[in-house]
Design a protein around this ligand. Structure first.
Ligand SMILES: Cc1ncc(COP(=O)(O)O)c(C=O)c1O
Length: 338
């Protein structure tokens, strides 16, 4: 039995999801004629109380399209120094949008309103024009940490007062929603754009959605085409997304419970210096000098457990739909023996 904690992107569609995919009605989405994509886009937009949505191949694409739509070349984007949009999208902010980035040192991936306020450039022709703030909830490199919604509202206030757009990388927003008992509409009325991923903890093979006002999503359709993300009969994929939004959200609490159980076993090990607080489905732990992260990952691999060394001394395990209770118990036993 291989137990794969490298990412929540490794899931395979369940039989029920496959059935929904196979039954999908499809058409050419570049002509706007795929009924399954249209259904998914309006389902998601309604869920968040937003005007429109666009289905894209990846979360990188939805984030990058949003940044492109909200900025002009030479602008500056504010985000946490661990943000996926900065760290893991191949320099896309510079490549696609010609924008620079102001990085803020947040707390486990979360920045605060005061920091944002202090980072807005003055209206001076020497300085880049600050036009966008990007938040990430939950934060991947923050170990699945969740924002306090009150802080998000404070950040929104700073953005509105300073004419900045506010984008959310909500690749794992549903994990935060179930954990904090929040509603999608709260987010829909706060952000100018939201990216959500269907291919992470929701268990779909492919797909992300960008949500926003009609005008923004119209612009996003043009940018998606330019980025080469216009898909044709992709309704088979969208049907998986519709299935996931209807069936796979509440169950995320199970993943969070599994993450807490495993993290408790990890925290007891002598070679573990600290475990980041486990709020959702991600466990990040730091090792002492007795073993490196790649060495521990190799050791776990010998026991059929896959993890990811995210730094020389940090390991990440991500819990997801394909991780069963049995696998969790086996993992705990293996850590006890290490
Ligand atoms: C926080 C966050 N945003 C965006 C992405 C990008 O998603 P994709 O892999 O679909 O491009 C990821 C992927 O892991 C992520 O963790």
């Amino acid at each position: 039995m291989l137990i794969d904690y490298r990412s929540d992107t490794v899931t395979r569609p369940t039989a029920a999801m496959m059935e929904a995919m196979m039954a999908a009605k499809v058409g050419d989405d570049v002509f706007g004629e795929d009924p399954s994509i249209n259904e998914l886009e309006s389902l998601a937009a309604n869920m968040f109380g937003m005007e429109a949505a666009i289905f894209c191949p990846s979360g990188t694409m939805t984030n990058q399209i949003a940044i492109k739509c909200h900025t002009q070349p030479g602008d500056e984007v504010i985000c946490d120094d661990n943000a996926h949009v900065y760290m893991y999208e191949g320099g896309g902010i510079a490549f696609n949008s010609g924008a620079s980035v102001k990085l803020l040192a947040g707390d486990r991936g979360r920045i605060i309103a005061e920091q944002v306020k202090n980072s807005i450039n003055p209206d001076d022709s020497h300085r880049a024009h600050t036009s966008l703030v990007c938040l990430e909830n939950t934060s991947n490199r923050g170990g699945g940490s969740c924002y306090d919604f009150n802080e998000i509202k404070q950040i929104e206030k700073v953005c509105r007062e300073n004419n900045l757009k506010l984008h959310l990388d909500g690749a794992r927003l549903f994990n935060a929603l179930v954990e904090k008992n929040e509603k999608p509409q709260q987010y829909g009325e706060t952000f100018d754009s939201i990216s959500i991923c269907l291919s992470k903890s929701l268990g779909c093979p492919v797909g992300s959605l960008l949500l926003g006002k009609k005008g923004l999503i119209k612009k996003a359709r043009r940018v998606r085409k330019v980025f080469g993300g216009g898909m044709r009969q992709a309704g088979f994929l969208a049907a998986a997304g519709t299935y996931a939004l209807k069936n796979n959200i509440e169950r995320l609490k199970i993943d969070h419970r599994h993450a807490r159980l495993i993290s408790e076993a990890i925290a007891k090990k002598d070679f573990v210096k600290m475990v980041l607080p486990v709020e959702t489905n991600i466990i990040i732990f730091e090792l002492d000098n007795s073993i490196t992260a790649p060495a521990l990952v190799n050791k776990l691999k010998e026991k059929n457990i896959l993890g990811y060394a995210i730094a020389p001394n940090r390991v990440r395990l991500v819990i997801h739909l394909d991780i069963t209770e049995d696998m969790v118990n086996k993992t705990i036993d293996i850590f006890k023996q290490l």
